[in-house]
Design a protein around this ligand. Sequence first.
Ligand SMILES: *[C@@H]1O[C@H](CO)[C@@H](O)[C@H](O)[C@H]1NC(C)=O
Ligand SMILES: CC(=O)N[C@H]1CO[C@H](CO)[C@@H](O)[C@@H]1O
Length: 141
Amino acid sequence: MVRRALSALLLTALACDVAYAKFGRNSFHEDFIFGTGSAAYQYEGAYKEGGKGLSVWDIFSHIPGKIKNNDTGDVADDFYHRYKEDVKLLKDMNLDAFRFSIAWTRILPTGSLSGGINKEGVAFYNNLINEVIANGSRSNN
Ligand SMILES: *[C@@H]1O[C@H](CO)[C@@H](O)[C@H](O)[C@H]1NC(C)=O
Ligand SMILES: CC(=O)N[C@H]1CO[C@H](CO)[C@@H](O)[C@@H]1O
């Protein structure tokens, strides 16, 4: 009984393997865009660098006990410093597109236009977009 069940399982696994082998990029229309994405708070880190202002999440996550393990996005994936390595990963994975969000606190550190635009923040996103394009992907935000 157990042996028969195992044989059935093995056959199912083999059938799935064959099905997977035929399933790949070519299974999609040639115009299909493969990409990945990120969200600023979860990804960038550098929460007080480059002229960035504090977001609601920056402040909230620093209130002890509000977030499990008192975790914050202060460093996160350190994308702010390591975006070139990440763009290289996109290229190595042969992805077509990269979608990301912009931390408005990097652009408008005080939360309003009257407080001034942070040129260093604009430059960061500009450099990121240039890096993505130079490495053959589209950027979407
Ligand atoms: C989080 O911070 C609170 C308040 O300081 C503390 O009581 C708690 O032990 C901390 N939790 C962890 C997982 O460090
Ligand atoms: C992997 C790769 O091609 N990286 C290139 C990405 O674009 C920059 C230019 O901004 C090149 O210097 C890298 O070689």
